[in-house]
Design a protein around this ligand. Sequence first.
Ligand SMILES: Cc1ncc(COP(=O)(O)O)c(C=O)c1O
Length: 375
Amino acid sequence: MTARARALVAEGHDVVSFAAGEPDFNTPEPVCHAASEAIRKGFTKYTPTTGIPDLKQAVVDKMARENGVTVRPENVVVSCGAKQSLFNAIMTLVDPGDEVIVFAPFWATYSDQIKLAGGTPVVVATRATDDFVPRLEDLTAAITAKTRAILLNSPTNPTGAVYPRETLKEIAATAIRHDLWVIADEIYERLVYGKTHTSLASLGAEIASRTVTVVGVSKSYSMTGWRIGFAVAPVEVAKAMGNLQDQVTSNPTSFAQKGAVVALGLPNETMEGMRGEFEGRRDLVLRKLRAIPDLDVRTPGGAFYVFPDVRPYLGGEIANDSALAEALLERARVATIPGSVFQAPGFLRLSYAASRHDIDRGVDRIAEFLVSLRP
Ligand SMILES: Cc1ncc(COP(=O)(O)O)c(C=O)c1O
């Protein structure tokens, strides 16, 4: 969808894109300065595979300060983006034949990475009426003798769901009871609106000893292209992840790591500016979408996505969510992502990492198109 939207723009069409999975802000200037200084000073060679000591220490400090998780540098693996951190964790923990529970709707990378490791993704659906927060009974019903791990993502891509502390406690207790690993993808941790993000590993030593926490700088600091992500894991797991990475990419880019050190030390106000802007855009997109008849839109508590239920507009001229996303792009010039990509047919994902002007005119186009489908 993103590629098609780009092609249309290149042909001179005016396309509003709600497809992006990345913030539209510039990377903060001090971060850019640190990286360019690092290049200028010749910090352009191999580094230790799992990250430079000052970055690992910065992650340790951040986890203690912001996440309530106490770790040491040996627990930290710095990788080329959170995506590689997830891959390292899954390849390390999942053997062929193992089952890994994922809550739908979910980011498609999870199921593909689990399959790359020879594992089987076991999908546990959540409900829009529960604001896409999983139910304990659905989780326990999915556990079998082959279950190896639970993969969770809060705040969530694509729904923006933020799991309440109570839900996380239930997941933690279940993982402990059934002797499972948990991979907690907390990449959107700083982007929450009126909600509190809780790190799973902060819920006690027992759950921390079986959790790999994945965070990074991509979403929180608008650094998607820098490719720096972090995993925090029990030492034996971190070692194995480091060994794997050693044979795949070696270290993440040296000067990008220097930038990440500065990012993690930025004052809160810098990040608060971006977070606050996203919150304002979320409110705008919600207000506008809710003015469209029969469209159910939950209030996302985090990330930068809304996930409206478009089923009332499907089944006639437009058969399903994929056809709708295509029609919106071809006929209304708005790019969205169909929910089926996230195992949630009948929904659309809109990223509000777009200007307020684009949100305004883009949602107007969607409204006009949807209403035109009605007899
Ligand atoms: C849920 C989720 N986890 C991880 C990532 C990957 O982040 P990174 O760019 O640091 O690899 C993304 C990126 O879209 C994401 O949506």
